[in-house]
Write a protein that binds this ligand. Structure first.
Ligand SMILES: *Cc1c(COP(=O)(O)O)cnc(C)c1O
Length: 389
């Protein structure tokens, strides 16, 4: 008997492979330290976890919460945007709570793209963008960010816009490169959006993870952009609780209404008790957010120095959980081969950037996650050093 035909719709076949799941699987099988997938190995604040437990015990959010999100969390998101960025968000009509930032992004793409519309994306991109754009029947148009500094090329963005372009998808701080777009770069992208009447999806899940002087600039703070920007946030990323999968989109009422329409037919409602806990988390004083930022900056420094010492050329990371490097001292000349080889022979797993957003501009590059406990990073560096020639 012949094998059954692949039932998966054609447009989604390129998305069958998840490099993150694959590398995490290899890491588990080999007992390797996982610096591939970007999740912290220390859970977020105990008082936020307690708030979720309390909500469950007291019966808050155990049944379907409101589809657009509980009022407390929508208010907390609006207050957060005001406190940190002086952005005005209407908590009733300008926020939708989703199953992670992931669902916020996919709902937005499905809500706004007619089949054949074009979405301009900076490459390398987070793998979910490509899948969401194909799911919507839209077309992805790449604008490469090139090593070592991964700046956006504004002329290339302008050249990428056609009369089919609907959206520019911006992600700063940027996964996987660690680039943080400057105010001038954000303003230049914004100008292109305004000149061509485009919507911007601004994926800001790493908004509190910017380092040194490279402060995050929200797209909606650029004059004229609040009315054409959907800003994406993630409680999982903000509070180191990635398993809770509660995120949100905020923006002008007419755009959020469109996102809500799609989203209510996807998961309908998300993690009730976790919404109460994140509403509490968003009310934490500035020191929490500053502490998270500084601790992640310290880990970046530790990994950057260690890898450099071992013989890697490390590209500067100005934000996120990630940094990128060349292939280092092991004599393997293909990023994919090296990433497959490392868990067993070095005891450390990484992501080949080749597969993260299919990046021909940066083919021989590794992505390292430093959102791990310091002893984990130290042990990983130790293994990398021992395996080096
Ligand atoms: C992790 C991540 C997301 C998804 O966030 P969740 O809240 O876990 O769904 C979206 N965008 C980028 C760039 C990410 O790194």
């Amino acid at each position: 008997m012949s094998a059954p035909a692949n039932p998966l719709v054609l447009r989604m076949r390129p998305h069958a492979r998840s490099i993150f799941a694959e590398m995490s699987g290899l890491a588990r099988a080999a007992g390797a330290i996982n610096l591939g997938q970007g999740f912290p190995d220390e859970d977020g604040p105990e008082n936020i976890r307690e708030a979720a437990i309390e909500a469950i015990s007291e019966g808050r959010g155990n049944q379907y919460p409101p589809t657009q999100g509980i009022p407390e969390l929508r208010q907390a998101v609006a207050d957060h945007q005001k406190r940190f960025y002086d952005i005005d968000v209407d908590p009733d009509l300008g926020v939708v709570v989703t199953t992670g930032a992931s669902e916020a992004i996919q709902s937005t793409l499905l809500a706004l793209c007619e089949s054949g519309d074009e979405v301009v994306v900076f490459q390398p991109w987070f793998d979910l963008y490509g899948a969401g754009i194909d799911l919507a029947g839209a077309s992805l148009v790449n604008v490469p960010l090139s090593a070592p500094d991964f700046r956006p090329n504004i002329d290339a963005v302008r050249a990428a816009v056609t009369d089919r372009t609907k959206i520019i998808l911006v992600n700063s701080p940027h996964n996987p490169t660690g680039a943080v777009f400057t105010r001038d770069e954000m303003a230049a992208i914004a100008q292109i959006a305004m000149d061509n009447d485009l919507i911007v999806i601004s994926d800001e899940v790493y908004e509190h993870l910017w380092f040194d002087q490279h402060r995050h600039v929200p797209m909606a703070t650029i004059p004229g952009m609040a009315e054409r920007t959907i800003t994406i946030g993630s409680g999982g990323k903000m509070f180191s609780l990635t398993g809770w999968k509660v995120g949100w989109a905020s923006g002008p009422a007419h755009l959020i209404a469109a996102v809500r329409t799609i989203r209510q037919h996807l998961s309908f409602a998300s993690g009730g008790p976790f919404q109460y806990a994140f509403a509490y988390g968003l009310s934490l004083p500035d020191e929490y957010f500053e502490g998270l930022r500084l601790s992640m900056q310290h880990r970046r420094d530790l990994l950057t120095a260690g890898l450099t010492d071992i013989g890697f050329t490390v590209n500067p990371s100005h934000g996120t959980y990630f940094l990128t490097s060349d292939l280092g001292p092991y004599g393997v000349t293909d990023a994919n081969d090296l990433a497959l080889w490392m868990p067993e022979h070095v005891g450390v797993a990484v992501i080949p950037l080749l597969n993260a957003g299919r990046a021909p501009a940066t083919p021989q590059t590794l992505r390292w996650a430093f959102c791990k406990a310091e002893p984990t990073l130290v042990e990983a560096l130790d293994r990398l050093r021992k395996a080096a020639p």
